[in-house]
Ligand binder design. Structure first.
Ligand SMILES: O=C(O)C1=C[C@@H](OP(=O)(O)O)[C@@H](O)[C@H](O)C1
Ligand SMILES: C=C(OP(=O)(O)O)C(=O)O
Length: 431
């Protein structure tokens, strides 16, 4: 529990570097482990979710050394893992669970997979169903959740799969199985989801093709260890971007943020809301990077629809907070995926922001946020809960910046999942 005093008097100022991208850090470990030779990872995210992925590969016999944000993986090749002695613990991480169900679906031994109480409620049948079609043998609970067992299996077959949900985790699970399958695997995506798996496979020397929403992969040859520079995480940067826009008298720059076009929805949506965001691109051979500068600005409400969701899915809680300050209503539809994240993020966004006087209605597939509501607390200190969800914990902390009256955060330790030092980094730009 932590008590936050209200609004910084002189706003937010300065430059900030947020930690490495969570999605890319997971994938760098995975490709490093299945490649041959050494992979060096720079600006690696040392958060709970990614550390669970790391511990899993160590349990499979992969040598991984971490010194701060630098990681060295000695690749084993995908056929040389050793049987783990205990269950593989996915912690709170949907990405670890779903991607590893695909990646580990052709191993010569059984593996138990477990997760924390939030993860054990999240739907895994969305990966189980396509992986079973390919020949994987995986047991889950009757509800299609963890705990489960990835059974020993020596045969996977390619297939054509039309994605029923826009999900990079489902797509990646199928690709990571497809690269070990006989024959071709083709995935048809109605809406593009983040493409970090496809990009990283190519960086490691693999072959994959993407054309008109069809992604095709075949059995891969030997992948070679690489040097991976992880961009700073746009999902973490989003909390500072919105904080800079809505906190009076602010101007901040977030440095070297990943602006992959399948991830930059938060920038596009905030621009549609009227924000001027300066994006200074930084030349690089890997994932695109930019310094992002924002200052306090008036925003207006917009309609966010299904096509907008995949590239901004984790940023919708903080966009909802921005919308409470915008002129007019913001309507979010087609976002039912929010209901199956670490919490039901439609319910938790509405419950926590409503405690501060925001006017938000939950809808089955989104929210209606009525704008221009000053956030205030009538009590001495309003208690905002994270419900164990890191993104809700950080949204609450940013809301406290513009709340009249004190806010007490409960469950703020959930930030460890993606951004352990969020509160101290936020304090650095507060004046
Ligand atoms: O592939 C990934 O790294 C992720 C994909 C998204 O999940 P879905 O694929 O379930 O939408 C996102 O919410 C998650 O934080 C990370
Ligand atoms: C949904 C998230 O992650 P995951 O699915 O990996 O738990 C997130 O980081 O907001």
């Amino acid at each position: 529990m932590i008590k936050l005093a209200h609004a910084p008097k002189k706003g937010l100022h300065g430059k900030i570097s947020v930690p490495g991208d969570k999605s890319i850090s997971h994938r760098a470990l995975m490709f490093g482990a299945i490649a041959t030779g050494v992979t060096e990872i720079e600006n690696f995210l040392t958060s709970d979710d990614v550390l669970h992925t790391m511990a899993i590969f160590q349990a499979l016999g992969v040598s991984i050394e971490q010194t701060g944000t630098h990681v060295r993986v000695v690749g084993k090749g995908i056929t040389n893992f050793t049987a783990p002695k205990t269950a593989l613990d996915m912690g709170n991480s949907g990405t670890s669970t779903r991607l590893l169900m695909g990646l580990l679906s052709r191993q010569p031994f059984d593996m138990s997979i477990i997760g924390d109480s939030s993860l054990s409620k999240r739907p895994m049948r969305r990966v189980l169903t396509p992986l079973e079609q390919m020949g994987a043998k995986i047991n889950l609970s009757t509800e299609g959740t963890l705990p489960g067992i990835i059974q020993a299996n020596n045969q996977l077959n390619g297939m054509v799969y039309e994605m029923p949900v826009a999900s990079a985790q489902v797509k990646s699970a199928i690709l990571l199985a497809g690269m070990q399958a006989e024959g071709e695997t083709t995935i048809i995506e109605k809406l593009p989801s983040r493409d970090h798996t496809e990009r990283m496979l190519q960086q490691f020397g693999g072959k994959i093709s993407t054309k008109n929403g069809m992604i095709t992969i075949s059995k891969q040859g030997v992948l070679k260890g690489q040097h991976v520079l992880v961009p700073s995480d746009i999902s973490s940067a989003a909390f500072f971007i919105v904080a800079g826009l809505i906190t009076p008298n602010s101007e901040i720059t977030i440095e070297k943020v990943g602006i992959n076009p399948t991830r930059d929805g938060v920038l596009k949506l905030l621009k549609r809301m009227g924000a001027e965001i300066a994006i200074a691109k930084i030349p690089t051979s890997g994932e695109p990077l930019a310094d992002i500068t924002v200052r306090t600005q008036a925003l207006h409400g917009i309609h966010i629809t299904a096509a907008d969701i995949p590239s901004a899915v984790d940023e919708l809680p903080i966009i909802a907070l921005a919308a409470t300050q915008a002129v007019g209503d913001t309507i979010i539809t087609g976002a039912e995926e929010l209901r199956v994240k670490e919490t039901d993020r439609i319910a938790t966004v509405v419950s926590e922001l409503s405690k501060l006087g925001a006017s938000i209605e939950a809808r089955p597939d989104g929210m209606i946020i009525h704008g221009q509501t000053p956030l205030a607390t009538s009590q001495d200190s309003t208690v905002l809960e994270s419900f164990g969800d890191h993104r809700i914990a950080m949204m609450n902390a940013v809301a406290a910046l513009i709340t009249k009256g004190d806010v007490t955060l409960v469950g703020e330790e959930a930030m460890r999942v993606s951004y352990p030092k969020f509160l101290s980094d936020l304090a650095k730009v507060m004046q």
